[in-house]
Design a protein around this ligand. Structure first.
Ligand code: AMP
Length: 182
């Protein structure tokens, strides 16, 4: 079983749910930059105050800020991990490579969760998070297409990409993922 994974895919594809399930069943660290940023916002830390407005607009928080969060966690962790929502653009992917080289680690697999836009929209609207209104959702999908989707070709080129059909129930998708990863 692979121990160092990335979860890639558009907002609403179910990355967070599946990453959490898989990480807890395999004993991996689940590192979601979105969750960590929301915790900072909630605790009203300086970092959270910096991130809040950017997140509410559906834009990406600065690379330096998320990289500091990821570095802090990975440096202190021995064992496998599952990165969810990071990297989000090519500069972050490059920075992650640098960090992993420093730590003597490497990404073993990139799971791409694929889902059609109408289903994504439906799911996001049903979720009702602070940044889940129609206008911000549209913008987050644009940001995904422009900044994050280029990572697909990047990881495909490295031979790491594994696409997964993300339509279906939570149980169906998690069974698909387990079959892939075991
Ligand atoms: P998520 O929970 O992954 O949908 O992320 C929610 C929001 O947090 C995003 O819309 C961004 O504003 C911010 N965010 C999460 N991860 C990153 C990242 N790797 N780089 C920049 N911003 C991020």
């Amino acid at each position: 079983m692979k121990q160092r994974l990335l979860f890639l895919g558009p907002p609403g594809a179910g990355k967070g749910t599946q990453a959490q399930l898989l990480a807890s069943s395999k004993g991996l660290l689940h590192l979601s930059t979105g969750d960590l940023l929301r915790a900072e916002v909630k605790a009203a830390t300086p970092l959270g105050q910096e991130a809040e407005a950017v997140m509410a607009r559906g834009e990406l928080v600065s690379d330096a800020l998320v990289l500091a969060i990821v570095r802090h966690r990975l440096e202190r962790h021995n064992g496998g991990w599952l990165l969810d929502g990071f990297p989000r653009n090519l500069p972050q992917a490059m920075a992650l490579d640098g960090l992993l080289a420093e730590l003597g680690q490497a990404i073993e697999l990139v799971v791409l969760m694929e889902l059609e836009d109408p289903v994504l929209l439906q799911r996001l609207l049903a979720r009702g998070r602070a940044d889940d209104n129609a206008e911000v959702i549209r913008h987050r999908l644009e940001v995904y297409r422009e900044q994050t989707a280029p990572l697909i070709a990047h990881y495909q080129g490295l031979g790491l990409l594994q696409p997964v059909e993300a339509n279906g129930t939570v149980e169906e998708i998690s069974a698909r993922l387990r079959a892939l990863l075991d």
